[in-house]
Design a protein around this ligand. Structure first.
Ligand SMILES: CC(C)(COP(=O)(O)OP(=O)(O)OC[C@H]1O[C@@H](n2cnc3c(N)ncnc32)[C@H](O)[C@@H]1OP(=O)(O)O)[C@@H](O)C(=O)NCCC(=O)NCCS
Length: 193
């Protein structure tokens, strides 16, 4: 299914040829090489890293290596890496990944963060997740999208619930954070849900 709002992207560093998701609350476009500086800045922000599990400091070279291996290197797979933009803009304000894809069993993992903290709580992240899940089912033909989230991250858990995710289980003491051990929830949404 082609989206009516699809259009060419101008950045030749982009990994996919077309943007696919636009709504009143969020636009998605392919994550490109030009997004590496703001992405690098975000994953090194302790306030964001607390939620995402990144462990700063990360060198820019590490981010470039990740991009080469995971984003460019996974072309041909069902993994998709998207930048989140405010409607009407192409400026990177966050990202949502469909990664760890398993075409045999029809599922992939989702990760998301909004790097512009002034947008937290505005619904843009929830909309980005909704668009990505729609893409996973309608464009990639997957049956299930799953994720891991810190049990204490109430905003994220609520955001995922609003997108149809249900909790599958609890991974006890699954992540070591600066504040101590963190339980993680495994959540998923099914195509038929
Ligand atoms: C998690 C994230 C993607 C959610 O996107 P968002 O656009 O901010 O989410 P929303 O504004 O739709 O809020 C989601 C729900 O959480 C609630 N919420 C907002 N701020 C909250 C807070 N500080 N604590 C608890 N709940 C909160 C909202 O009220 C909303 O629920 P409701 O619609 O039933 O009222 C975004 O906040 C983010 O990037 N956070 C930092 C990184 C992160 O946590 N990533 C996920 C790692 S697994």
């Amino acid at each position: 299914m082609a989206y009516a709002h699809e259009r060419p992207l101008v950045d030749s560093g982009d990994t996919y040829e077309r943007a696919f998701g636009k709504s009143q609350k969020a636009w998605l476009r392919p994550f490109g090489r030009g997004d590496l500086p703001p992405y690098w800045q975000a994953v090194n922000d302790p306030e964001i890293a607390r939620f995402t599990g990144h462990v700063p400091p990360l060198a820019f070279e590490e981010i470039e290596a990740w991009y080469a291996h995971c984003v460019m290197g996974k072309e041909g797979s069902l993994d998709r890496y998207f930048s989140v933009c405010a409607p009407g803009s192409e400026v990177f304000v966050g990202c949502v990944w469909l990664w760890n894809s398993n075409p045999l069993d029809g599922h992939c993992e989702l990760s998301v963060f909004i790097s512009d903290k002034s947008l937290w709580g505005t619904g843009i992240g929830t909309e980005a997740v909704r668009l990505a899940v729609e893409h996973a089912f309608d464009e990639l033909g997957l049956e299930k999208v799953w994720l891991k989230v810190d049990a204490w991250n109430e905003r994220a858990v609520r955001s995922y619930e609003k997108c149809g995710f249900e909790t599958e289980g609890r991974l006890r003491r699954h992540r070591r954070t600066p504040e101590g051990w963190s339980d993680m929830l495994v959540m998923s949404v099914l195509r038929s849900a």
